[in-house]
Every structure is written in structure tokens, then in C-alpha cells.
Design a protein around this ligand. Structure first.
Ligand code: PRX
Length: 669
């Protein structure tokens, strides 16, 4: 470590190229303005001298309690990734206390509540006091370093405090999106073995209340893991209460001290688990650790969004997803930013909500999902034009491909063609943004529909089905990453073999993303979509197997197969083919499809309910019994005229039946 910091010095941007050429390390200047001036020098340096690159940045950007001994120790074959070993720090201290020392009265959080105009602001000093109180409450309930705490909350300051209180005392948070059903919540609690759960009496979204506490009670009926439930008061309405288990969060916080010593954590201790869908029915608890994750979230937040002190940063994602973790909470707060917590929905009270908020809060950076952009295009430009958007400097997108039409609208109508549109590609597993149009070499024009350029230190490659790396441009392939980076996931909680199987076994020595991509003539990347059985609906990632296993629980269902189809607004819609048991016509088709939808809603959540359920007597299967999903996808996408080779099907006549039923069903949705 000492050799790393010895070279640490503030370099004036003009001197960077010279210093690089003479083997000086450019660490501090990176956070300044030189990346675009010398992009290729920086990028090459970040790949060819990755130990120095990441080591200097970690030494410089993070506040350490003990310096690290070693920058990195990774083994792709065994899926072992260690960064900044020997180092000790506390993430909460890095994202809160540091800024209390320098600028205590700066606003850290603006809580944009469901009702417009009711926003609340929390300064860094207030944030620290809230976090410490909550940390003391958790400690008083016996939560210790390494224990898991489940968080099932609406986007709110106390939700952020819950995450940071865990980080402060070394507990591992597992935030579960508050739109998940009781069963989905229970399975995540069980997998993580969370001993404490933090929730709210109710959520409020789009003028409606959501019964969070009641859902929690239902979830906990089936698990013994949780012994304490902390309940934030959001609406104050009467909710079911278990006096032996439930505690009102605000009351408990009032009784404890507002200071709490931050625990000393090793770089590779777990910071959080976040469950995401995979290609099997069982969600994966993706594990992220302390220093590497924080460094990566912090650096990408600053450089991809061109964040400057004083900016008002609005990432409107829910904290239940990785976007909320990295770009509502950890990235912005590590940079001392003011971050907006958006509790509402884009169409409440009307489709001008985002832009009215931009004008009222003077938002400089706005980061959302393509599905929201497409929804707002439909609502009409007048909702945008009504509001002053002159504070905006940059528009970002994540979660699914941002199609060219949506890109143009975002750029011209929302940004008046003066704000860069930054389409960022990344995943729960990558911890932070991997491919984005920024930072970019000077003069590079954004390319609609393309995330474009790998971030510093990121080495994407395209491989063919045989696993051979494709070196030329103007090609498509499977997207992999060749070099480890500090923000990457470390394991799947409790199942390292699954981690290896999913990401590292198909192509040895490469991280396999599960996405297909194109690299154009200029070397820019465009994401073509998932190549596994995972679909992206409204920016939410769902395993088709997860939906199938919910549908299969229906007593009348014999078998199901779920695929995606192109959807104007959601990006992808969910299409379920269902074979019913031979139990006679006891129920009408509508009754059955409605009850199937209900089961999915209860097992997973409303966002996973299929748009289309097609009842069919059979599925197209090969002679070995494998469902030919390609055929199902083509039919669902209205492309059944071009089914390709179906000669290996055991019974090709099934295809005609499905095509016919699809046309009948399509008339009804
Ligand atoms: O398929 C890619 C898609 O979202 C997947 C990751 O989903 P999740 O882990 O839920 O994280 C979403 C937010 C980071 C990817 O494998 N995806 C993400 N960003 C883009 C994208 N597809 C196209 N373009 C993007 N910019």
C-alpha cells in the first residue's frame, strides 16, 4: 500500500499525458476534468496498470482506518475476487461522517413524497444523527456485525437510514423491493436468515396506500427467522400489531443516543445482499462487499454523470433495486451530493410529474428507465413543455435498451437537445455502470440506442457460441468481461457453486453477463438483450422460470412456459403458454386466467403478472422433451411466419394450434 500512496499527488490536467508517459500515476487528476482530454491514455492505463489505477483511486477516494496491503487478488476460474485486502474502513463513515465534517448543513436527501410540493430535506448532520439513532436501535435489538437485516420500505429517508445504519454497525442489509408479495419477501428473508425486518405501516404511491405491514405479517407467518420488526410511521393509519415483536421505529429512535461509533470492517466483509432473478425459479442473493463496491459506485457516479458539487442528483429508481443502491444512496452520498428520493410514480398526479419536480427542486441530473420514457412519450409533449427544465444538465437511462425513438424524444423534448443523454448498461452483479457514453473522448457524439463506451478499467469482450473472442468490429456476440473490477459481486449468498455456474463456467476466465451485444464499426457497444431465460419488464428483471413456477402452483395447471414479447411501453411483456389438467370444464377460461394472474401476483408481485395467458393443449417440444422456446417467442411476437427449422419437434402440428389460439387471444388483449 505504501508504494501506492507514495506517488499520490495532485496533477494539473495539462500535465497528465506527460506524467503518464513518464510512469507517474494519474490518480487524483481522474476526479478532475482530464478524462475526456486524454481518454485513450486513461483507458489504456486503467487496463494495463489496473493495480496502480484502482489502488491509487482507493487510497485517494476512500477514508481508511487501516491502509490495504494488496490491491487485488482474483481468480476467475474459482470465482474468487478480493480487493483491497488488509484494508479496514466503514462505509457509513465514508458516505456520511466525512461530509458532516466538511459541510454539515448541506442537504443530503430531498424526499420527494407522493404528493407534489410536500418534499422534505435532510442535511448531512441530520442524516448522521438519524443513522446513529437507528444503528443504536438495531444494536439494542441484538443485531451484530455480519447479521442480516431485511428492509421492506417505501423510498424515504428512513429507508436510506436503515441501509446506512446496517453499514455503520457492520450488519448486512437485504433490501426487498416493496412491490414484492408476502411469499417473495418470505423466501428472501429465509434465504438470508434475516433476524430483524424494517418496514413501514403503509406505503403511498400514486395516491394509493399499500399495506406494507400487513404484507410483512403475512410473510412472517411462514418463517421463524425474524424476531423483531421495526415499523416506520408513513401514514399513521391503524395497522395490525404484534406487541411482542413489533416496535415503532420513531419511538425507539427517540430513546437512544444520537452518536454511535462506526464498526471497523474489512474490505471484503459483506455490505449487502440484493436478490435478483436468474434463469431458475430461485432468486439469487447477490453479495457485494465494502471497499470495492463503494469505490466503484463513487467513481462511476462522478465520472459517468459528470457530477459536480452543488448538483441536485435525481435517480428515480426504487431503493429495492441495484440502481437505487448505487445511484440513489452509495454513489451520490459518497460524493457528498444532494440526492433525491422519489416516492411516487411518473404519472401522478399527471404525466408532468417528473418535469414539475425538476422545475421545483432545480434538478440537474435525471436518471430513469426507458419504460418510463416510453410511457411519457405516449402521454404527450405538452406535459413536458409546461415546466421549466433549464436546471437539467444530463439525462440518464438504465435497465433495458433505450430505443432510438425514445432516445430522440428524451434528448429533444425533455433535454431541448442541450443535455447529454447517457444510456448506461450494467447489472445487479456489476455493482455499478459498465458501459456508458461518458466519460468519452472529446468530440465523440452520442449514438442513439448505444451505451457505447466501456468505463475505465472495464474490459468487455464479445464471444461466439464456442467461446472464442471476436476481435473485429461490426459484429454481434455474447457479452463477457475479461478483467475483474472492484464493484463486481463476490458470490451468491450460500451458493458459491451457483455463482460459478452462472457467471464463470460457460466461458472460462471470463465473466458472462447473460446479455447479447453488438459492437459497431467504431467499436461502440449496443445491448441486444438477454440470451438466457431472463426477461426485462418495466425495467425489472424476472426469470421466466420464476413466473412458471408460480403459474404451476395453480391446481388446474399441468404445465406452463413463459416467454417475453416486444412491448411498446414495458420493453418486454410477459406471455404465458399454459396447459390445463384434464379436470373438465369446471371453470370458464376467464376465471382460470384470472386466478392464474392472482397466483402470480401473490407469489411474486403485480409487476410479474403476464399480459397474455394462452391456454393450449400442448407445447412445442423436441423429441427429447425440451420446450422449443424460440417457437413460443416467435408466435408471441407475431412473427410466426418465420419459425425457422422445426423439424426436430416431436409433434409439429402443435405449432398450428398455438398460432391459431394466439390469433384468437390477441384479439382480446
Ligand atoms: O439485460 C440487461 C438489462 O438489464 C439487465 C440487468 O438487470 P438488473 O440486474 O435488474 O439491473 C438493472 C439496472 C442496472 C442487463 O443484463 N440492461 C441494463 N441496462 C441496460 C440493459 N439493457 C440494455 N441497455 C441498457 N442500458
Amino acid at each position: 500500500m505504501s508504494s501506492v500512496v507514495r506517488f499520490s499527488r495532485l496533477l494539473a490536467p495539462a500535465m497528465v499525458r506527460h506524467r503518464l508517459m513518464s510512469n507517474f500515476r494519474p490518480e487524483k487528476a481522474l476526479s478532475l476534468s482530464s478524462v475526456s482530454d486524454d481518454h485513450s491514455v486513461w483507458y489504456d492505463y486503467s487496463l494495463n496498470n489496473s493495480e496502480q489505477f484502482w489502488g491509487d483511486l482507493a487510497a485517494e477516494r476512500l477514508r481508511w482506518r487501516r491502509p490495504f496491503d494488496r490491491v487485488t487478488d482474483c481468480d476467475m476460474e474459482r470465482g474468487i475476487f478480493r480487493w483491497f485486502d488488509g484494508g479496514q474502513l466503514n462505509v457509513c463513515e465514508n458516505v456520511v461522517d466525512r461530509h458532516v465534517t466538511t459541510d454539515p448543513d448541506k442537504v443530503a436527501l430531498i424526499w420527494e413524497k407522493d404528493e407534489p410540493g410536500e418534499e422534505e430535506r435532510v442535511t448531512y448532520k441530520e442524516l448522521k444523527s438519524m443513522v446513529c439513532r437507528l444503528a443504536n436501535v438495531l444494536k439494542s435489538q441484538g443485531v451484530k456485525k455480519g447479521d442480516r437485516v431485511a428492509i421492506y420500505m417505501p423510498v424515504s429517508p428512513l429507508a436510506v437510514c436503515s441501509m446506512l445504519a446496517c453499514a455503520r454497525i457492520g450488519a448486512v442489509h437485504s433490501v426487498v423491493f416493496a412491490g414484492f408479495s408476502a411469499e417473495a419477501l418470505r423466501s428472501r428473508i429465509d434465504d438470508a436468515q434475516a433476524s430483524v425486518l424494517i418496514t413501514a405501516d403503509e406505503g403511498v404511491r400514486g395516491g394509493k396506500t399499500i399495506p406494507l405491514k400487513a404484507t410483512v405479517d403475512k410473510a412472517l407467518e411462514g418463517t421463524a427467522a425474524v424476531n423483531r420488526v421495526l415499523v416506520m410511521t408513513r401514514t399513521g393509519n391503524v395497522v395490525p400489531w404484534n406487541t411482542e415483536r413489533d416496535i415503532r421505529m420513531e419511538d425507539a429512535m427517540a430513546l437512544v443516543s444520537e452518536s454511535c461509533e462506526a464498526e471497523t470492517m474489512d474490505s471484503e466483509d459483506n455490505l449487502f445482499l440484493l436478490y435478483t432473478s436468474g434463469s431458475t425459479g430461485r432468486p439469487k442473493g447477490i453479495a457485494h462487499t465494502q471497499a470495492g463496491y463503494l469505490l466503484y459506485a463513487s467513481l462511476t457516479h462522478e465520472l459517468v454523470f459528470d457530477y459536480k458539487p452543488g448538483d441536485i442528483f435525481a435517480c428515480v429508481a426504487d431503493i429495492g433495486w441495484i440502481t437505487g443502491h448505487s445511484y440513489v444512496v452509495y454513489g451520490p452520498l459518497s460524493n457528498g451530493a444532494t440526492t433525491v428520493l422519489f416516492e411516487s410514480i411518473p404519472t401522478y398526479p399527471d404525466p408532468g410529474r417528473y418535469w414539475e419536480m425538476v422545475s421545483r427542486l432545480k434538478i440537474t441530473h435525471f436518471y430513469t428507465a426507458p419504460t418510463a420514457v416510453r410511457l411519457l412519450i405516449k402521454a404527450g409533449d405538452e406535459h413536458v413543455h409546461k415546466y421549466d427544465r433549464s436546471s437539467l444538465r444530463l439525462l440518464g437511462c438504465v435497465g433495458e435498451p433505450l430505443n432510438v425513438e425514445a432516445w430522440q424524444w428524451y434528448n429533444l423534448v425533455v433535454g431541448d437537445a442541450r443535455c447529454p443523454v447517457v444510456d448506461t448498461w450494467w447489472q445487479t452483479e456489476t455493482g455499478g455502470i459498465m458501459i456508458a457514453p461518458k466519460p468519452a473522448p472529446n468530440g465523440v457524439k452520442p449514438k442513439p440506442g448505444y451505451p457505447m463506451i466501456p468505463f475505465l478499467g472495464i474490459d468487455p469482450v464479445l464471444v461466439n457460441e464456442k467461446g472464442e473472442i471476436i476481435t473485429e468490429n461490426d459484429v454481434s456476440g455474447l457479452l463477457c468481461v475479461r478483467k475483474p473490477w472492484p464493484g463486481m459481486a463476490r458470490t451468491i449468498h450460500g451458493d458459491h457453486n451457483r455463482f460459478l455456474d452462472t457467471y464463470f463456467s460457460r466461458f472460462p476466465s471470463l465473466y458472462f453477463t447473460g446479455d447479447g451485444a453488438r459492437r459497431d464499426r467504431d467499436g461502440y457497444y449496443q445491448i441486444t438483450g438477454r440470451v438466457d431465460d431472463v426477461i426485462n419488464v418495466k425495467g425489472h428483471r424476472l426469470g421466466t422460470a420464476e413466473v412458471e413456477s408460480a403459474i404451476d402452483e395453480h391446481p388446474d395447471v399441468a404445465e406452463s412456459a413463459v416467454v417475453s414479447f416486444p412491448h411498446d411501453i414495458y420493453g418486454e411483456g410477459i406471455y404465458a403458454y399454459v396447459i390445463l389438467k384434464d379436470t373438465g370444464d369446471l371453470h370458464s377460461q376467464t376465471e382460470i386466467t384470472d386466478s392464474i394472474k392472482n397466483i402470480v401476483k401473490h407469489r411474486i408481485g403485480s409487476f410479474a403478472v403476464p399480459e397474455v395467458i394462452l391456454l393450449t393443449p400442448a407445447l412445442p417440444k423436441t423429441r427429447s422433451g425440451k420446450i422449443m422456446r424460440r417457437v413460443l417467442r416467435k408466435v408471441a411476437a407475431n412473427e410466426a411466419d418465420d419459425l425457422g427449422d422445426v423439424s426436430t419437434l416431436a409433434d409439429p402440428s402443435v405449432v398450428d394450434v398455438i398460432k391459431k389460439r394466439h390469433i384468437e387471444t390477441a384479439n382480446n388483449y
